[in-house]
Structures are given as structure tokens and as C-alpha cells.
Design a protein around this ligand. Structure first.
Ligand SMILES: C[S@@+](CC[C@H](N)C(=O)[O-])C[C@H]1O[C@@H](n2cnc3c(N)ncnc32)[C@H](O)[C@@H]1O
Length: 413
């Protein structure tokens, strides 16, 4: 009898094939698929197997490059360097590629996911946002290790790599945080707002009081007011610093412009802003619909809904529903929409929500998606309901990582 196949620790010489979703490329070795990080398509690398579930595939990390691809560069961050083997930081995936190559890799992934999961063939261009590859991240969460040092996790690991700085985080956001000790096991949630005010919340599990009960989370504000001020869509915004706001400083403004252009709500029209957060897109839709229009914002976070109500108090045509999209759409008392905008979390909208949106019969649907696989699945669901994908823009709102933001427009066939 043969034991379980386990190549962990083995070093393999690999001809690296195409990029795959998730920040790695695909190679093959002795009939098995190897998902290899820190390589680029077309390279020949030596890679160390980091994790082997014993099935048809394993995961590896390039430790030496024999034939570098044209787009390869030296990573600007020491925690992304080759010599560190699989102790590299898991926060970035493409530090070893230049900007144009990163955007081309992401475009390939979006194209492939749309084709494979959405059944749609289309060219995709991933556009750059202003500001370059470094110092763009305005929100970051640091974990604290056993001896109190804050840091980031390696890929697929709970270990903590202590950091002094992170070159993709905006300048100054980590100042005075990484050179002191924090309670072991806690987390630091950091937000740097439009005024460069840094807000830091320390998050800790309270001691367990009753066996079997999950311990409560205790949040302690350690820096800043906790109210972030942001600018986008020609407006000033105030929101809870640990609530959702786009992480790239140019993203909120860019996405609001694209969503507005794709939505084109008629004057006096009705729009739904599902997963509306603090109201970024609802503000744009409300301006288009005008005072005689009707915009309904649906958001599950009570705190975000309160922030939305305060931020949009000059737009009485917006009404607010605090609850999950699933619950609110089930209650079918929403006005019939001309346009629906949805901006779901990573898992996408899913069958239930797509069917409920389409049943309401909007002329147009605008879908903002941070995961191309989830978007691909939703594209197929919209197609089942007779809604065709007719516009798609993609943005590199997360340079150095594999993440990419897509905004897709559907209309009824
Ligand atoms: C990606 S954010 C988008 C926020 C907003 N559209 C923006 O651009 O700032 C997703 C939002 O959906 C909310 N959310 C998550 N799951 C939800 C659900 N099932 N129903 C309603 N809102 C949900 C989150 O609280 C978050 O505010």
C-alpha cells in the first residue's frame, strides 16, 4: 500500500505556465498541478513545495529563477524577496512584476473567469489608478505575535511576520505602531483618511467567561477620533474609521464616476443601491434622479447605515433600509427600479439576490465586484434571467496584490 503523497519541502524545477486566480501561476510536474507563487508565466524556476494536500495538486514558492520573464523586477519590499523562501509576506502577490505586467496578469484572470464561469468571451483591460504601485493602502490590519510585535501573515498561514514598515501602506500610517509592544494575539486596525489623520483600533478577545461561549471582542481606540473624513464624488464624507471605505485613495472617486456613467438614472427615476455602505453610489444616483426621483439604499451594517443617513441628509430622495439585501428584497415593498447598483462582498450576489433583482425588472444593473470568480458566477446567473453583460471596466485598485476591481453593466435582453 502506498502512503499519502506529500511533496512538502521538495524542490522542483518547473516550466511555469499561465497565471491562475489567487496570485499564482500553474505548472505541472509528474502529472500533478503545482500552483507556484512568486513566478511569472514563461519562466523556468526552482520552487519549494510549501503545502501538499496529497491530491492532484500542491502549492509551491519559487526560490530561484533560471529564465526570468520580461516583466520581472526586484521586489521593493524585503519581505517579498526570494531568499526568504516561504516566509515571505502573504500581503502582496506580484511585487516581482512591473506594473504593466501586473495589470496584464489581472486582465488574463478576469478574462478567464468571465469565460469559464460566466460563459462570456470578451477583451479586458485593467486600468491603472493614479499614484503608482507603492504607498497607496489607506486601510490595513496588523496581527500581533506571541511576543507583542505587530506584523502581517505569510500566505495561507496564521504565523505573524513582524514588520517595521509596509511599502504599500500610505506614508506615516504605521509610525509609532510597529516599534512598541501590543497585547499578544490582538489585532490593530489602521485607517489613514483624506486628511492623513490616522485612526487605530486595537481589537482583542476578552477572557473567556463561560465554557463553549465565544469570547467577546473588545475594541480600544488607541489613536485618532475614530471618525474618518473622506472625499469622493464631489462630496465630503464622515464614517466610522473601521467601517468600509475603498482602500485605494483614488478608488472611491473613480468607481463613483464609472457607476454613475453606467447607471444613467433618468430624471425622476428609481434606483436601488444594494450593499450601499455609507452611501457613495446612492449620492451619485440621487443626483441623477433629482428631487423627484427615488433612491433606496440597502445596507446590513447598522453603523454604516447611520453614517449613510448623516452623509446624505441633503438628498431627501434617498431612503434607507438597514438589513441584509436578502431580507429586504424578500419584503417586496421597494419601488420598481429603473436601475439597480449592487456592490456585494467578495462572495458575490449569488442566485437568490440575482433572481430577486431581475424579478424587479430594472432596465439596467450595475455590478461592482472585487472578486472576478464571484463576478463570473453572477454573470451566468444574470444571463439565466435574460440580462446580458454589455459593459465592463476593470481597475488595478490593489497594486502588488492579485486583487482587481471590476464594474460590470447588464441590460435586459
Ligand atoms: C464592498 S462594500 C460596498 C460599500 C459601498 N457600496 C461603497 O462603495 O462604499 C459592501 C457593503 O455591503 C455590506 N453588506 C455585506 N453583506 C451584506 C448583505 N447581505 N446585505 C446588505 N449589506 C451587506 C457591508 O457592510 C458593506 O458595507
Amino acid at each position: 500500500m502506498t502512503g499519502k503523497l506529500d511533496w512538502t519541502g521538495k524542490r522542483l524545477k518547473l516550466d511555469v505556465g499561465p497565471v491562475a486566480h489567487g496570485g499564482h501561476c500553474v505548472a505541472r510536474h509528474e502529472g500533478r498541478v503545482v500552483f507556484v507563487r512568486h513566478a511569472l508565466p514563461g519562466e523556468v524556476v526552482l520552487a519549494e513545495v510549501t503545502d501538499d494536500p496529497g491530491k492532484g495538486f500542491c502549492r509551491a514558492d519559487a526560490v530561484e529563477v533560471f529564465t526570468p520573464a520580461e516583466g520581472r523586477v526586484a521586489p521593493p519590499c524585503p519581505l517579498a524577496e526570494m531568499a526568504l523562501g516561504h516566509d515571505r509576506c502573504g500581503g502582496c502577490d506580484w511585487q516581482h512584476a512591473d506594473g504593466a505586467t501586473q495589470r496584464e496578469l489581472k486582465a488574463t484572470v478576469v478574462r478567464e473567469q468571465l469565460q469559464r464561469l460566466g460563459g462570456v468571451d470578451r477583451e479586458v483591460e485593467v486600468r491603472e489608478l493614479p499614484g503608482g504601485l507603492l504607498r497607496w493602502r489607506t486601510r490595513v490590519r496588523l496581527a500581533v505575535d506571541r511576543v507583542g510585535r505587530p506584523g502581517l501573515h505569510p500566505h495561507r498561514s496564521h504565523r505573524v511576520l513582524p514588520v517595521e514598515d509596509c511599502p504599500i501602506v500610505v506614508q506615516g500610517a504605521l509610525d509609532g505602531l510597529t516599534d512598541r509592544e501590543w497585547p499578544s494575539g490582538s489585532e490593530l486596525e489602521i485607517a489613514s483618511d483624506a486628511d492623513r489623520q490616522v485612526h487605530v483600533t486595537q481589537r482583542e478577545r476578552a477572557p473567556q467567561r463561560r465554557r463553549g461561549r465565544r469570547p467577546a471582542v473588545v475594541n480600544t481606540r488607541v489613536r485618532g477620533s475614530g471618525i474618518a473624513r473622506e472625499e469622493a464624488a464631489g462630496r465630503s464624507w464622515e464614517l466610522s474609521a473601521d467601517g468600509f471605505w475603498q482602500v485605494h485613495p483614488a478608488a472611491a472617486d473613480t468607481f463613483a464616476e464609472v457607476v454613475g456613467r453606467m447607471a444613467a438614472v433618468p430624471s425622476g427615476g428609481v434606483a436601488w443601491d444594494l450593499y450601499g455602505g455609507v452611501g457613495l453610489f446612492a449620492a451619485v444616483l440621487a443626483e441623477q434622479a433629482g428631487p423627484a426621483g427615488d433612491v433606496v439604499l440597502v445596507e446590513s451594517s447598522r453603523r454604516a447605515t447611520e453614517d449613510a443617513v448623516a452623509n446624505l441628509r441633503d438628498l431627501p430622495q434617498v431612503t434607507f433600509r438597514a438589513g441584509t439585501v436578502e431580507e429586504v428584497l424578500a419584503d417586496d415593498s421597494l419601488p420598481e427600479p429603473d436601475v439597480v447598483v449592487l456592490d456585494p462582498p467578495r462572495k458575490g450576489a449569488g442566485r437568490h439576490v440575482v433572481e430577486a433583482v431581475c424579478a424587479a425588472g430594472p432596465r439596467r444593473v450595475v455590478h461592482v465586484a472585487c472578486d472576478p470568480a464571484a463576478l463570473g458566477r453572477d454573470v451566468a446567473l444574470f444571463a439565466e434571467q435574460g440580462y446580458r453583460l454589455d459593459d465592463l471596466e476593470a481597475f488595478d485598485a490593489f497594486p502588488m496584490t492579485h486583487h482587481v476591481e471590476c464594474i460590470a453593466a447588464f441590460s435586459r435582453e
